[in-house]
Write a protein that binds this ligand. Structure first.
Ligand SMILES: Nc1ncnc2c1ncn2[C@@H]1O[C@H](COP(=O)(O)OP(=O)(O)O)[C@@H](O)[C@H]1O
Ligand SMILES: O=P(O)(O)O[C@H]1O[C@H](CO)[C@@H](O[C@H]2O[C@H](CO)[C@@H](O)[C@H](O)[C@H]2O)[C@H](O)[C@H]1O
Length: 479
């Protein structure tokens, strides 16, 4: 090993607020390099603002064998008045170049060659082993869920799909999600998966383990292990394949008359989402929201709109039309049923398996703050999220293309057809049609689209026009 990195050296392996000790020099150097490096990472959710400082909050040296370093690092990223903790895994090898992409390398002016290690199978295999062995390392708890028997010794490979966190698949059997932006309390993804498992929901991948600890006095979830569904097809991939087939067809046949029609799946997906809502209600209960809560929800939506419009000028021209729809929420007849919901449902969060549709990732909107996540939890929010996603699927092939009226109209027809099928499936199981609550559904769709404007602005600026086009439609045409 190089002299300034000593795996297991005293003073490093602790979850503590202020680093001090020989390896802390390394931690300090990494923190200093992160303002340049973080914005290059897909999972970093703060690309919309300059990073003003990065401070180490906790560093834990994980057991990973000789001549390698596997450091669990939590840093606080400061962006003006916003301060958020992020989780990283830092790797270093003394004698071997790791098989990770160049973008994982964190350049240090005077330091050794370190890299973000979630792509290094030789290092991440230790995370699964620590969970399987129910191990605590300096306040970091690696634990299987009660009754879960895990195979250890499997190598882990990160998945390459679009995501806000980082997930590692072990031997095609397990998937470990490392939450990047950390929030206080047990992560909602883990809480809701556990609750759904209790009621034996048929529409989730079973939770099998977790990584947890404490940060600034709060308990925090760093990771969640789940069964990996190796036979699964991603809902986003299936839907966008159908859109491509439809747009490529030269005839003027409607979407339901072509071979790649997705509406049967959209219908079954609607049924599955309604089932999960019923499971969540059974596991965690429901309550009735009154007029005051609806008024507070309307205000929260207007506040978010104003905040996003202030930083994304393209949204500003639509702001009046949107806030009219939000204000109408205060007039919706009460009571309205509230319950635990998914919170960020879209086609990338659903998997088609042999046993039917599964829902993933119950964490809620990654860019929403805790207060936003706590506003009225109506099942209609998930319906609205999925309706937005059908729009996204229809429009994503048009991103960056020259305007073509026929294509745009056909994309819109695909979205209408599948949105309707999804609502039909939902209504069949729920016993009520979400379209009957039109004012609330439209407001939730617009609220989601406003969130997406902020999300795309911070993460994928080229996609900004997708939610903006939907906002235009929803505020001018009404649906
Ligand atoms: N249990 C699973 N089985 C198979 N694939 C999965 C599983 N969980 C997640 N995935 C895949 O990983 C992707 C990202 O997972 P997700 O939980 O949505 O992460 P994020 O919170 O980072 O968006 C999903 O879109 C899906 O393709
Ligand atoms: O990372 P998460 O899956 O938790 O969710 C975030 O990222 C999503 C994109 O990866 C984003 O979803 C938006 O884009 C999707 C297409 O890539 C589309 O299907 C969704 O309808 C649209 O909202 C999601 O909003 C964000 O929270």
């Amino acid at each position: 090993m190089t002299s300034d990195i000593t795996p297991g050296s005293p003073g490093v392996g602790s979850h503590r607020a202020e680093p001090a000790g020989p390896q802390d020099d390394l931690v300090t150097q990494i923190a200093a390099a992160l303002p340049e490096w973080l914005p290059t990472q897909r999972w970093f959710g703060g690309k919309d603002r300059e990073i003003t400082a990065v401070r180490p909050l906790a560093a834990t040296d994980l057991p990973a064998g000789d001549d390698v370093l596997l450091l669990h690092l939590v840093v606080e990223v400061e962006q003006g008045d916003r301060r958020e903790p992020y989780q990283l895994l830092i790797g270093h090898r003394d004698d071997q170049v790791p098989d990770v992409p160049a973008s994982a390398s964190i350049p240090l002016p005077d330091g050794p060659a370190v890299y973000e290690a979630s792509g290094d199978a030789d290092l991440t295999c230790h995370l699964l082993d620590l969970i399987a062995g129910s191990t605590t390392v300096d306040g970091l708890h690696f634990a299987p869920e009660p009754g879960a028997e895990l195979e250890s010794g499997l190598r882990g490979h990160p998945i390459s799909t679009e995501q806000s966190n980082t997930s590692i698949v072990y031997g095609g059997q397990y998937i470990l999600k490392l939450f990047r932006r950390l929030t206080p309390g047990t992560n909602k993804d883990l809480v809701l998966h556990r609750a759904l498992r209790e009621v034996q929901s048929a529409h989730i991948a079973d939770p099998l383990g977790s990584i947890s600890g404490e940060l600034a006095g709060d308990s925090v979830t760093f990771g969640m292990l789940q069964r990996f569904m190796s036979d699964a097809a991603d809902g986003w991939v299936m839907a966008t394949t159908s859109v491509r087939d439809f747009l490529a067809d030269a005839s003027d046949l409607p979407p339901g008359d072509l071979g790649g029609d997705f509406s049967g799946e959209a219908y079954r997906l609607g049924r599955a989402v309604a089932d999960v809502h019923a499971d969540l209600a059974r596991a965690l209960g429901t309550r009735e929201a009154d007029a005051a809560e609806l008024a507070a929800t309307a205000s929260a939506m207007v506040e978010r709109l104003e905040r996003v419009a202030a930083s994304v000028p393209e949204l500003a021209p639509h702001a009046d039309g949107i806030s009219d729809v939000f204000r109408a929420v205060a007039e919706v007849p009460t009571p309205v049923t509230a319950q635990s919901v998914h919170g960020d449902l879209h086609l990338g969060q659903v998997l088609r398996t042999l046993q039917g549709w599964l829902l993933l990732d119950f964490e809620g909107e990654p860019a929403a703050d805790v207060a936003e996540r706590a506003t009225l939890r109506s099942p209609l929010r998930d319906v609205a999220g999925m309706l937005r996603s059908f729009d996204y699927a229809a429009q994503q092939l048009l991103v960056g293309q020259a305007e073509d009226e026929r294509e745009a109209e056909r994309a819109a027809a695909w979205a209408r057809h599948n949105r309707a099928a999804f609502c039909d499936g939902y209504a069949k199981v729920a016993g009520h049609d979400p379209r009957d609550q039109a004012a609330l559904l439209r407001a939730f769709e617009l609220d989601k689209a406003v969130y997406e404007v902020a999300y795309e602005h911070a993460n994928r600026p080229d996609w900004l026009l997708v939610p903006l086009a939907s906002i235009d439609r929803l505020t001018t045409e009404g649906s």
